[in-house]
Design a protein around this ligand. Structure first.
Ligand code: HEM
Ligand SMILES: *[C@@H]1O[C@H](CO)[C@@H](O)[C@H](O)[C@H]1NC(C)=O
Ligand SMILES: *[C@@H]1O[C@H](CO)[C@@H](O)[C@H](O)[C@H]1NC(C)=O
Ligand SMILES: *[C@@H]1O[C@H](CO)[C@@H](O)[C@H](O)[C@H]1NC(C)=O
Ligand SMILES: *[C@@H]1O[C@H](CO)[C@@H](O)[C@H](O)[C@H]1NC(C)=O
Ligand SMILES: *[C@@H]1O[C@H](CO)[C@@H](O)[C@H](O)[C@H]1NC(C)=O
Ligand SMILES: *[C@@H]1O[C@H](CO)[C@@H](O)[C@H](O)[C@H]1NC(C)=O
Ligand SMILES: *[C@@H]1O[C@H](CO)[C@@H](O)[C@H](O)[C@H]1NC(C)=O
Length: 271
C-alpha cells in the first residue's frame, strides 16, 4: 500500500516537473505524456497537445473549454458553452463541473461506431488513431480541395464497412446528428464554409498528428466561428450525404425525426 502511494506520488511529481511543461510559447505542440489523458475527439486532443486545453487532458470545465476553443480556433464563447454542455454527460458524476478526455472514450455515451479515424469499440480500440480505418476514409479525398460530397463519401463508406464487419453496429438518429457535425468540422476549421470544402493537406496533417497545421501556413479563422456557421456548414454536409439525386422528400417522417434529435437540434433549440 505504502509502496503504491509512493509510486503514485513520484509519478505525479514527475508529471508536473516534466521539462516540456515549461516553455516560452505556452501553446507549443507537445506529444502527450504517459499520464496524460486523450480521447476519441481529434480536436480536443489537439487543443490539449497545444495547451489550449489542460495538457493532462483533465479538468475540461466550461470555462476551460470556452477559453481553449476561443484561443485555439476562434470559436464564439456561447457556441463553446453549448458544445461543452453536450459533452458534460461524459462525466457520470451528478452535477459534474468538468469532464476528462478519457471519459469521452466510453462507448455509447458520445463515442460511437463508424468514426473516420478510429475503429468501432467492438472491433478494437475506439479512441486511438487507427491507420487502417483512416486509410479507408482518406481514399475518398481525391483532390487538394476536398468537397463536402467527398467527406460524405468517406463517412458513408465507414458506415457501410462498419455495418458489414461489426455485428454490433449501432448508428442511431442522434449519432447521425453528431456525425454530421464531426464531418463539418474540417470544413469549419481547415476550409471554406461558403463553398463547403476543406483543404486536404491541413486536414490530413491534423488528423495524423493531432496538431494544428501552423507549419503548413494554417492559422485560426479571423472571423469568430459562430453557431450559425456550424448550422449552415452542417446543412451542406447533410445535403451531401444523401445518395438520392434531385430534391429530398421534405415531408418524409424520417426527416422530421432527424430534426428533433441530437446535437444540431439541441443547438437550434438554443438559438
Ligand atoms: C466540447 C467540445 C467537444 C466535445 C465534447 C467533443 C467530443 C467528441 C467525441 C466524443 C467524439 C468521438 C465520436 C466518435 O466516436 O467518433 C468526437 C469526434 C470528433 N470531433 Fe469532437 N468534440 C468537441 C469539439 C470538437 C471541435 C471544436 C472540433 C473541430 C472543429 C471537433 C472535431 C471532431 C471530429 C472531426 C471528430 C470525428 C473523428 C472521427 O470520426 O474519427 N470536435 N468529438
Ligand atoms: C480546473 O479549471 C478551473 C478553471 O476552469 C480552475 O479554476 C481550477 O483550478 C482547475 N482545477 C484543477 C484541479 O486544475
Ligand atoms: C458570441 O458569444 C458572445 C458571448 O461569448 C455573445 O455575446 C455573442 O452574441 C455571440 N455572437 C454570436 C454571433 O453568436
Ligand atoms: C444537482 O443539482 C440539482 C439542481 O441544482 C440539485 O437538486 C441536486 O441535489 C444536485 N445533486 C447533487 C448530487 O449534488
Ligand atoms: C453493442 O450494442 C449495444 C446496443 O446498441 C450497445 O449498448 C453496446 O454498447 C455495444 N457494444 C459494443 C462493444 O459495441
Ligand atoms: C484498427 O482497425 C482495424 C479495422 O477495424 C482493426 O481490425 C484493428 O484491430 C484496429 N486496431 C486497433 C489497435 O484497435
Ligand atoms: C495506409 O496508407 C499509407 C499510404 O498509402 C500506407 O503507406 C500505409 O501502409 C497504409 N496503412 C495501413 C495500415 O494500411
Ligand atoms: C445538395 O446536393 C446536391 C446533390 O449532391 C447538389 O447538387 C446541390 O448543389 C446541393 N445543395 C446545396 C445547397 O448544397
Amino acid at each position: 500500500m505504502k509502496i503504491q502511494l509512493l509510486v503514485a506520488a513520484t509519478t505525479a511529481a514527475s508529471v508536473s516537473a516534466r521539462p516540456q511543461y515549461h516553455t516560452n510559447n505556452p501553446h507549443e505542440w507537445m506529444a502527450r505524456g504517459p499520464n496524460d489523458f486523450r480521447g476519441p475527439c481529434p480536436m480536443l486532443n489537439t487543443l490539449s497537445n497545444h495547451g489550449f486545453l489542460p495538457r493532462d487532458g483533465r479538468n475540461i470545465t466550461k470555462a476551460n473549454a470556452v477559453t481553449g476553443l476561443k484561443d485555439g480556433l476562434n470559436f464564439n464563447g456561447s457556441l463553446s458553452e453549448l458544445m461543452w454542455e453536450q459533452g458534460i454527460i461524459a462525466n457520470p458524476m451528478p452535477n459534474a463541473t468538468f469532464f476528462t478526455l478519457e471519459q469521452l472514450n466510453v462507448h455509447g455515451v458520445l463515442e460511437h461506431d463508424a468514426s473516420l479515424t478510429r475503429t468501432d469499440a467492438f472491433l478494437g480500440n475506439n479512441h486511438v488513431f487507427n491507420e487502417t480505418v483512416y486509410n479507408q476514409s482518406r481514399q475518398w479525398w481525391t483532390g487538394e480541395i476536398v468537397t463536402a460530397e467527398q467527406l460524405a463519401h468517406s463517412k458513408i463508406f465507414r458506415q457501410l464497412e462498419s455495418r458489414a464487419q461489426n455485428p454490433n453496429y449501432t448508428f442511431s438518429a442522434s449519432i447521425e446528428e453528431f456525425s454530421l457535425g464531426e464531418i463539418a468540422a474540417p470544413i469549419i476549421v481547415f476550409g471554406d464554409m461558403s463553398t463547403g470544402t476543406a483543404q486536404r493537406d491541413l486536414m490530413e496533417y491534423f488528423f495524423i498528428n493531432e496538431r494544428l497545421p501552423e507549419e503548413l501556413g494554417w492559422s485560426k479563422k479571423s472571423n469568430e466561428i459562430t453557431l450559425m456557421d456550424i448550422l449552415s456548414t452542417t446543412a451542406i454536409v447533410r445535403n451531401a450525404t444523401s445518395l438520392l439525386t434531385g430534391p429530398p422528400a421534405p415531408e418524409s417522417p424520417h426527416r422530421r425525426r432527424d430534426l428533433h434529435a441530437g446535437l444540431v437540434a439541441g443547438l437550434q433549440r438554443a438559438l
